[in-house]
Design a binder for this molecule. Structure first.
Ligand SMILES: [Ca+2]
Length: 414
């Protein structure tokens, strides 16, 4: 089953679940606006000191724990100090504390580092934490922003050419829109090496309002999308298995979930077995009799009897045409025979029965869907005996004589 993005904002910061935006508040979020609830405020960091802000608290360090990569040169420092150490939320500048990235490259080629933000963001600032020794390795660098991992296509965003003190930070304005931020040394000593103990990228999601007819904000997108379109920007069709306004509804039990209409939720190729209606949300549940349910008998004569039974349990109201009863009856030890009765009726008249004969009878409830039929738990077996012909009305025949001889106790009960 596919998950529906059935919330705009997560309700707590503990889990984003299938929501579009994480909750960035200290005490829980409004799932529609992202506003902080319970007197909370926007969360701080990581790293500490970078508090989230703006609509839905969605403006802050967007690089934390995102996927990073870096050049691995002949010295292979990048293996010991991988790229992700620059976005681990720890600003410690001591290299032995194992929280710095350390790209290197072939001599004469500039070291580089890159982070994939995962979505398109509008960036405003980049803060880089230098190492506490050999600070010159951050002296000259360029920041670029792009839409693909191909760094050659990235657009200039900021340059830095002055010294950065050991253990200090460098804070660059970087106004750009894109998904990838790349860093590259641009000369200076040891330009094939860099040490980045943390890279903080300040920004927020950049969402197009072009396909949105409701109120829209670049940061948190359209307030509402028409049926069949997903927030935040109303450009993408609902994920399979979801439909309706903002794709908030889950499809029913369609035979093929890929054929659930994203606008209406109708299953265009039919339903799974035992589900019905256009949306396939109505279950043809399994009927059954409970232990105490028993078929009864009434109006027993020498050639007929009426069998009665209670309504079976589990019949879905309004779907009576999908149910019926099978009445099974048997003459002493012979093959069971059956007769179908619609579900509105709870009795069956059996006629043309031989007199003075033992019968067994039971009732089985059935459900049907197309050509599929399935029986449920039957009633207990009930037995009865047809009567002998009454002495005052009968014509004396050999058969009746037999009844008279062998059926005295029955006659006595007339
Ligand atoms: Ca770090």
């Amino acid at each position: 089953m596919f998950a529906a993005a059935n919330c705009r904002f997560a309700s707590t910061s503990a889990s984003q679940g299938t929501c579009i935006f994480p909750c960035r508040c200290t005490n829980g979020c409004d799932t529609t606006t992202g506003d902080c609830l319970n007197d909370g405020q926007c969360q701080d960091g990581p790293p500490s000191g970078y508090r989230w802000s703006g609509p839905g608290c969605q403006t802050g360090n967007i690089a934390y724990h995102k996927k990073a990569s870096e050049s691995i040169g002949v010295e292979k420092w990048a293996i010991k100090y991988p790229a992700g150490k620059a976005v681990d939320g720890n600003t410690d500048s001591r290299i032995y504390k194992n929280s710095c990235a350390h790209p290197d490259n072939a001599e004469g080629q500039y070291a580089w580092w890159m982070v994939d933000l995962g979505e398109t963001y509008r960036l405003s600032r980049v803060i880089i934490y230098n190492r506490d020794s050999q600070p010159e390795r951050l002296n000259r660098f360029i920041l670029r922003v792009g839409d693909s991992p191909d760094r050659a296509t990235h657009r200039w965003c900021a340059s830095h050419s002055g010294p950065v003190a050991a253990g200090a930070t460098v804070n660059e304005t970087c106004t750009a829109v894109g998904r990838y931020l790349s860093f590259k040394r641009d000369g200076g000593s040891d330009s094939h090496i860099a040490t980045l103990c943390e890279v903080v990228v300040i920004g927020h999601r950049h969402i197009s309002c072009d396909s949105c007819s409701s109120r829209c904000d670049e940061i948190i997108g359209c307030d509402a999308c028409g049926p069949g379109k997903q927030q935040p920007d109303c450009t993408k069709a609902c994920e399979p298995g979801t439909y309706g306004e903002n794709c908030k509804e889950d499809c029913g039990h369609c035979k093929d979930i890929l054929h659930c209409d994203v606008t209406t939720g109708h299953c265009t190729t039919g339903c799974e077995t035992w589900y019905t209606t256009n949306m396939c949300k109505t279950h043809i549940s399994a009927p059954h009799f409970v232990t105490s349910d028993k078929a009864g008998t009434a109006d027993i004569t020498s050639s007929s009897a009426v069998v009665t039974w209670p309504q079976a349990t589990g019949i879905t109201l309004g779907l009576e045409s999908h149910y019926y009863y099978m009445v099974w009856f048997q003459v002493d030890g012979e093959t069971w025979k059956s007769q179908i009765v619609n579900v509105e009726s709870h009795q069956l008249s059996l006629g043309n029965l031989p007199f003075n004969t033992h019968y067994s009878v039971k009732v089985e409830p059935f459900r049907r869907h197309g050509d599929k039929h399935a029986g449920g738990t039957t009633t207990a077996v009930t037995t009865f005996k047809t009567k002998c012909t009454g002495r005052s009305t009968h014509i004396f025949t050999f058969s009746n004589l037999k009844c008279y001889i062998f059926g005295l106790s029955t006659m006595g009960n007339k």
